[in-house]
Design a protein around this ligand. Structure first.
Ligand code: SF4
Length: 340
């Protein structure tokens, strides 16, 4: 049976028409689905009994509870959700003073094969639907505290563009979650055609995984560099008017002796010329079977100061949840191993 959660208002109108319900039912449905936190159609108290019966007979609600939860001493939580593919995805909840950020997954595994990534090691197993993306927000314990959303969990969001755009529409529409797009950031490794569509279709911020200013090193870390070289990604960014409110930022995971020297600072300054942006430095959380090492905290600090001194706003992302499989993909991989 088809699922209702994750449908846009237009799609809900079609559902209402199909089931012979009045036009205004679509708005009622979106209200219950996205503004409330119901677990069954029977809770839709302003719908007639007959309407609820029709929904029960023809549709599934599409909400599902989390399967497992791990809590860190620092307040971070990792949730595991079982998907329709019967595989697990991870969702992270990261509280920081007034900010309550949720990091959502968009795919089960990933086909991009980045050398440093545990999700990449799982291989690609399927896309999440818009409902499965949004369910990660509605079905965690902190669902009513969320202030910020980042699409930085398992999978490459722009490799599942349709579902991601649909989830963004539902998140930002008045009839949906009514959230400001300025509180949402979508990350990508730089799939240029999908990135263009995303920039045209959504107002959410963009974060690009950079990781090295140099072609050969980036190719080694991220095979996508062979298809969409960073230079072309940056040219696309340069040609785009982000306006005053919208942000583009660059994620930079730091690997010892590979991308953390003064040569890399100079390389970054050169390639980012003309782009108003911020760089987020991220300490590498080691994963099994990788030749990569983490840069020391001292060197990350020096790298940051060096970039800031050269006029590129740079911050260090605080490492959170180190005691609960901080690297994305580790917890779900462990779960998969247990099931074998
Ligand atoms: S870093 Fe992102 S794009 Fe690369 S393999 Fe991991 S999930 Fe995929």
């Amino acid at each position: 049976m088809e699922v209702l959660f994750g449908k846009t208002l237009d799609e809900l109108k079609q559902v209402a028409t199909e089931l012979g319900m009045p036009g205004y039912t679509a708005k009622q449905l979106s209200h219950w689905l996205y503004k409330k936190n119901i677990q069954s159609f029977n809770e839709m108290s302003n719908l007639s009994k007959a309407a609820r019966e029709k929904l029960n007979a023809n549709y599934l609600l599409g909400k599902s509870p989390f399967a497992e939860i791990k809590s860190s001493v620092d307040g971070t939580k990792k949730y595991l959700f079982n998907t329709t593919l019967h595989k697990y995805v991870e969702t992270a909840y990261i509280p920081d003073k007034e900010r309550h950020t949720v990091c959502v997954s968009t795919q089960v595994g990933c086909k991009m094969g980045c050398l440093f990534c545990m999700t990449g090691k799982q291989g690609f197993q399927g896309n999440l639907t818009s409902g499965e993306i949004l369910n990660q927000l509605k079905s965690i314990e902190e669902h009513d505290q969320i202030t910020n959303i980042v699409y930085m969990g398992m999978g490459e969001p722009l490799d599942n563009l349709d579902a991601v755009l649909k989830s963004l529409e539902i998140l930002t529409a008045d009839w949906g979650f009514a959230m400001s797009p300025r509180r949402i950031t979508v990350s990508t490794i730089g799939i240029i055609p999908a990135m263009k569509t995303f920039l045209e279709s959504s107002e959410a911020h963009l974060a690009i995984s950079l990781h090295s200013p140099f072609d050969n090193d980036r190719k080694m870390l991220m095979p996508i560099q062979q298809v969409y070289p960073l230079e072309e990604v940056l040219n696309e960014i340069r040609s785009w008017d982000f306006g005053r409110q919208r942000r583009v930022s660059f994620e930079y995971i730091m690997f010892r002796d590979l991308n953390d020297t003064e040569k890399h600072v100079k390389g970054l300054v050169t390639i980012l010329q003309g782009i108003k942006c911020r760089i987020n430095l991220i300490r590498f959380h080691p994963i099994p079977d990788t030749p990569l090492d983490s840069t020391s905290q001292e060197r990350i600090q020096l790298f940051k100061e060096s970039l800031n001194a050269k006029g590129i706003t740079t911050t260090i992302r605080a490492s959170r949840g180190e005691d609960i499989y901080a690297a994305c993909g580790l917890l779900s991989t462990k779960k998969r191993m247990q099931q074998r």
